[in-house]
Design a protein around this ligand. Sequence first.
Ligand code: PLP
Length: 439
Amino acid sequence: MSHVFPRHTKARLPLVARGEGCYLIDADGKRYFDGSGGAAVSCLGHGDPEVTAAIKDQLDKVAFAHTGFFTSEPAEALADLLIAHAPGALDRVYFVSGGSEAVEAAIKLARQHFLEIGQPERRRVIARRQSYHGNTLGALAAGGNEWRRAPFAPLMIETTHISPCYEYRLRREDESAEEYGRRAADELEAEIERLGPESVMAFIAEPVVGATAGAVPAVEGYFKRIREICDRHGVLLILDEVMCGMGRTGALFACEKDGVAPDILCIAKGLGAGYQPIGAMLCTRAIYDSIADGSGFFQHGHTYVGHPTACAAGLAVVSAILNRGLVARVNALGAALKDALHERFGQHPNVGDIRGRGLFLGLELVADRASKEPLDPARAVHKAIKAAAFEAGLICYPMGGTIDGRRGDHILLAPPFVMEERHVDEIVDKLGRALDAAL
Ligand code: PLP
């Protein structure tokens, strides 16, 4: 009997034995194509010799030194590299161990910033209904997934939610994409005014929504208007690129394609690519200075912030993404995969939408393409697809997200950037078999 407390207590999981490139191999020798990189983590695939060598090298020097006493070479170098490529005025990097921690730190930094500059009444966070920002209490409060939030609602900080920018379902037929983007963004202004601008500290959003929606980017212009609204009311813009950042969408940072830069940016999964647990929160010079010139101490911190070995892994991963030209590769392979998905599932009666950017793609499943009626949630089709794909040797990330307050099924694909053109057929073929079995 196992003594591990698993995620799903009723599931019987195979033992993973090895990782080789785009494949995970279980103890019985069965090979699984890692079509979602776990959950958009394994951007370099498995067993990358450069990254493992960098980790071993750091372990030989020093595995860990507490940031209360030391900084470290890998932390300094990784921060420099990230800031050299980061959008806008982002200037400082705070390293953490994962995505929820990055969001938690971002929310606390926003609050402390306003305390430091003498605006203590700013304490409210606005987020979007279709979002996931992590599972710690602050991050969970920001997220919009009702199912995840419900049991813990009494423990949460005050957050209000506006509509997502979700063209497939929420754009009216009489609207252009531009008009829709403006209407969706203006909900933020209305919410800030409703709450009272002096009480709002931050708006948080994923540039491309991952776990709750299956790779939903905003329409062009939406985030530019969001940026303007935040600026007009002195509200900080926090962008959560934990899933969609680090090259995944075909730009090192997803917000580059939206033409905006945040005040605070959260990254994680692709930063360590699964080789080490690491995340980061980047902030502007102005926010950093509010603390540096004020109390001089960010009232936050976990034991493993700036972990040298994790930073060494992150440095090797980001260097690999940049030096091997992987962002361009993501664009090329992403286009090929999207085309193949359209070709195979474009007319499928239960595939309502195929979307996403780069190698961050999603399929939304419906009962009826014309009415966009979601599948019956009681069928939990996403679970059946996950199981059938796994059986077929494909790891993908099907979910039942929230659509206008109802459950809806979608499938997220986030394969390694190092996949080959020939893997496109393998993904589409195995996914096709899974849909046939589950629907
Ligand atoms: N933010 C986003 C957008 C995510 O997708 C996730 C995880 O899926 C998180 C935050 C939380 O990250 P972690 O699971 O590393 O804590």
